[in-house]
Design a protein around this ligand. Structure first.
Ligand code: 5AD
Ligand code: SF4
Length: 454
């Protein structure tokens, strides 16, 4: 009998990618994916530990699912397994079972390929089973190779983990040491994604631009080299990569932005703060001026590049002056889009025990000042695209019937209603209006429809 699997994904794009890989692995073991938790035989929460709020959400969700399970047991006599995967699983391990003893499986991101064994040992064990190993084998070698694109834009993890140890961040502990997949593996997976419908590939890594893998020629490749090889794959239209660290923006990668047509003029390059004192305390190992210089070089290579960033306000010791330095940097650079967060002390990280933690109300005020500025920049950036004709790749259905949502090269979402367009089309669109977080457009040129090879 086929069993049903429901996965709920929190956090970053890598978790989205991981959820798909877990689903395809479990499909080989009789599980079919469903959107409806109430009909599932196995529910996996793929969790995020980056900020306290994200991590705490997991426990309230687990409580809800446990009540659902008990009702089903009572009313239908049916069982359901509950698994916690992702970064909360990795960071908290056994503690998940202490807080939620009814959980069946706790599995960290480096052990996903062992899920079938964990399911089997859960049947034998009396309590929950935990696997938060960093196994010697690579999960990528163990997971099934039959990846399928979920849509015209597909994620592809090429690098995982982090050795940089920013003092605010849990990632080095939850995802482990930095590893890069060999180029041949990446190219092979990219071909499969293209064959199954992808026209855009978004390369993923916690430090994606630190990727350095063995090339098919036996030499070590860097990300620029990998991007150039991907750009040769027939059927692919767009390449992006995320998330990057400023210190790994090497000359070749910057040059690729000016030379590789498929590489989109968009870059998510987290700066975190505009104050050198705070950057040093965060162990970012660059100054605000270093960041400015990188942006200048990127803009020299690709003048229209749209920049996105992450910011943390209220890191321990952040003064009013430091905060103003961040606002100044934002004003000078001009971001197309950004994410900003209040510092959240994470257990086990150096930042959490630093003196001079910033009071919550100060964080709130600084966050709203920063967000007002960033929102205004995003609004201006979107407004400046009105009247332009841009290539848009249509990625998903819109909320209204007949409407599709695509993206400009600059990552802006565009809503278009045109019965002629299909998902996966790349069409020229005139931008006719802007909203705070999206654009509206109308198609002006014949669509290049992509022939599904599968
Ligand atoms: N508190 C607040 N924000 C954080 N981030 C990472 N760790 C923390 C933390 N402890 C933010 C950073 C990072 C993004 C993914 O999340 O800005 O770039
Ligand atoms: Fe969250 Fe980081 Fe884990 Fe992604 S890698 S799920 S952002 S803690």
């Amino acid at each position: 009998m086929r069993r049903k699997l429901h996965i709920r994904t929190y956090g970053c794009q890598m978790n989205v990618y991981d959820s798909d890989r877990m689903a395809s692995l479990l499909a080989h073991h009789g599980y079919e994916r469903t959107d409806r938790p109430e009909e599932a035989d196995l529910i996996i929460l793929n969790t995020c530990h980056i900020r306290e709020k994200a991590a705490e959400k997991v426990y309230s969700e687990l409580g809800r699912l446990q009540r659902l399970r008990e009702r089903r047991r009572r009313e239908e006599g049916r069982e359901m397994l509950l698994a916690v995967a992702g970064c909360v699983a990795q960071a908290e391990g056994e503690l998940v079972l202490e807080r939620a003893p009814y959980v069946d499986i706790v599995v960290g991101p480096q052990a996903y390929h062992r899920l079938p064994e964990l399911l089997a040992s859960r049947e034998r064990a009396r309590g929950g089973v935990v696997d938060t190993d960093f196994p010697p084998e690579s999960k990528f070698d163990e997971l099934p190779k039959d990846v399928v694109a979920g849509g015209p834009s597909a994620f592809l993890t090429i690098q995982e983990g982090c050795d940089k140890f920013c003092t605010f961040c849990v990632v080095p502990y939850t995802r482990g040491a930095e590893t890069s997949r060999p180029a041949a593996d990446v190219l092979d997976e990219a071909r499969r994604l293209i064959d199954s419908g992808a026209r855009e590939i978004v390369l993923l890594g916690q430090n994606v631009n630190a990727w350095h893998g063995e090339g098919p020629d036996g030499r070590e490749w860097n990300l620029a080299r990998l991007i150039r090889a991907l750009a040769e794959l027939p059927g692919l239209e767009r390449i992006r990569y995320t998330t990057s660290h400023p210190n790994d923006m090497d000359e070749e990668l910057i040059r690729a932005h000016g030379e590789v047509e498929l590489l989109m003029p968009w870059l998510h390059l987290p700066v975190q703060s505009g104050s050198d004192r705070v950057l040093a305390a965060m162990n970012r190992r660059y100054t605000a001026d270093d960041y400015r210089r990188i942006v200048d070089r990127l803009r020299e290579a690709r003048p229209d590049i749209a920049l996105s960033s992450d910011f943390i306000v209220g890191f321990p010791g952040e003064s009013e002056e430091d905060h103003e330095a961040t606002l100044r940097l934002v004003e000078e650079i001009g971001f197309a889009q950004a994410y900003s967060f209040k510092y959240s002390p994470r257990p086990g990280t150096p930042g959490s025990v630093m003196p001079r933690q910033v009071p919550e109300e100060v964080k709130d005020r600084r966050l709203s000042e920063l967000q007002a500025l960033l929102e205004e920049q995003q609004r201006r950036f979107n407004a400046a695209t009105v009247g332009r004709v841009l290539p848009v790749l249509f990625e998903r259905p819109g909320r209204h019937p007949g409407q599709l949502v695509g993206r400009t090269p600059y990552m802006q979402a565009v809503h278009v209603s045109d019965p002629e367009i299909r998902l996966g089309d790349l069409a020229l669109v005139e931008i006719v209006a802007y909203h705070p977080h999206s654009l509206a457009g109308r198609t002006v040129a014949p669509h290049r429809e992509w022939e599904r090879a599968s």
